[in-house]
Design a protein around this ligand. Structure first.
Ligand code: ZN
Length: 156
């Protein structure tokens, strides 16, 4: 993305040059994120970790529990289906582009998980969506280890 820049009058502080840089970066995802990504990409599996204290199964997996701050070391496969907790219909993106069709953002409690999983719904009209409905992942054939390896969740 190109940056933007310009000379700004600073009044009594003189003229300033302001700009914005776009800086490409790459960093190690870490052990937990790496396994999570590989399992989705290679095996169509959603893996979480279980907290050693409160036993919550955390998604995405992380070294420590966000509820009680204890280590989360046991890997657990969660289902690629679950219950729709809540949702909203989105008409456009943050850059103000308007979608041709509304998109349904959702929080899903996957079977076996202890935290909500954010994703989108498909194959359903916004008026036909209801909290508590069962939904299942529709996996992409072209997976790269990101959340978009799941195209969307559809009602079951
Ligand atoms: Zn915990």
């Amino acid at each position: 993305m190109p940056g933007k820049s310009g000379i700004q009058s600073g009044g009594s502080q003189g003229v300033g040059v302001e700009g914005e840089l776009s800086i490409p970066y790459r960093h190690a995802a870490g052990r937990h994120a790496e396994r999570f990504s590989r399992e989705m990409r290679d095996n169509r599996r959603i893996m979480g970790v279980r907290c050693s204290r409160c036993e919550a199964v955390l998604l995405p997996p992380r070294p420590y529990c966000g509820f009680c701050f204890e280590p989360a070391t046991e890997w657990v496969e969660v289902a690629d289906e679950g219950e729709l907790v809540t949702f909203t219909s989105v008409q456009g993106d943050p850059d103000a582009a308007v979608f041709e069709e509304p998109r349904i953002r959702a929080l899903i409690m996957l079977d076996g998980a202890g935290v909500h999983f954010p994703h989108v719904l498909g194959e359903v009209a916004p008026d036909d969506v209801s909290e508590g409905m069962r939904v299942k992942a529709v996996w992409s054939e072209d997976r790269n280890g990101t959340l978009s390896d799941i195209k969307y969740f559809r009602p079951i």
